[in-house]
Write a new protein. Structure first.
Length: 232
């Protein structure tokens, strides 16, 4: 069986990206990320990346990649800290979590009459575009439609979600029209959707109040351990 070297690189670098990006440990744990990337494999990852011309030529260079375990932790962290969009990681993830919660609640209540496909694609593009180098032109257009600032991509996500929740069709259609103007982005979402629908399970986010923390995680774990003993 061919070694999935690109997949192993992503899995090895993911914990360092989470740490440097300030993401909480509970968010998409490494074991869950590994399952996703293992199922995609190198071919699936490259198929998604190639629609936006990310990492050109990488497919031919896979066999030349060294083993990720040969890269020391300090080198991983230095590489992450040198990545220009790193400050956006935590901001965009938090904005996506909050926006998705608002939108899904309204959708489940039948209070949104917008096309779910359009909304999903708009959210996906807004979440990814800050991290794609040649996405600047589209990002500029989206910022105009959303009356926002390209320097605050997380805020653009929030403004888009607000437009969806209040049923602002003009803004949602305006965002979708911008996306349609760039061939690579609709193509990327088509491939992304295909792989997402191909997964055997659909992970769901669980909202917790008060805010999730290591302490709260311990309490929940104790409750889960005690529950089976109640009927003993």
């Amino acid at each position: 069986m061919k070694e999935q070297r690109l997949t192993k690189w992503l899995q090895a670098g993911y914990p360092h990206l989470k740490e440097c990006g300030g993401l909480p440990t509970w968010l998409l744990p490494e074991r869950s990320f590994d399952k996703v990337t293992d199922r995609l494999g190198d071919s699936g990852i490259l198929e998604i990346a190639h629609t936006l011309d990310m990492a050109p030529g990488l497919g031919k260079q896979q066999e030349e990649l060294p083993k990720p375990q040969d890269m020391p932790d300090d080198a991983w962290r230095e590489a992450c800290l040198r990545w220009p969009p790193l400050p956006y990681v935590g901001q965009v993830v938090n904005a996506c979590l909050e926006a998705s919660d608002k939108i899904l609640r309204r959708l489940s209540q039948g209070q949104i009459e917008l096309n779910p496909f359009t909304v999903c694609r708009g959210m996906a593009v807004l979440a990814l575009i800050p991290f794609v180098p040649h996405g600047r032109s589209l990002l500029d257009e989206l910022a105009v439609v959303l009356a926002g600032d390209t320097a605050s991509p997380a805020r653009l996500i929030t403004k888009y979600a607000d437009a969806v929740v209040i049923g602002d069709k003009d803004t949602v259609v305006g965002v979708d029209t911008c996306i349609e103007g760039y061939r690579g982005w609709p193509a990327w979402f088509t491939v992304f959707e295909k792989h997402a629908l191909g997964f055997p399970s659909s992970p769901r986010l669980i909202a917790v109040t008060p805010p999730f923390s290591d302490g709260l995680a311990g309490v929940l774990a104790d409750m889960m351990k005690e529950a089976p003993n109640d009927g003993a």
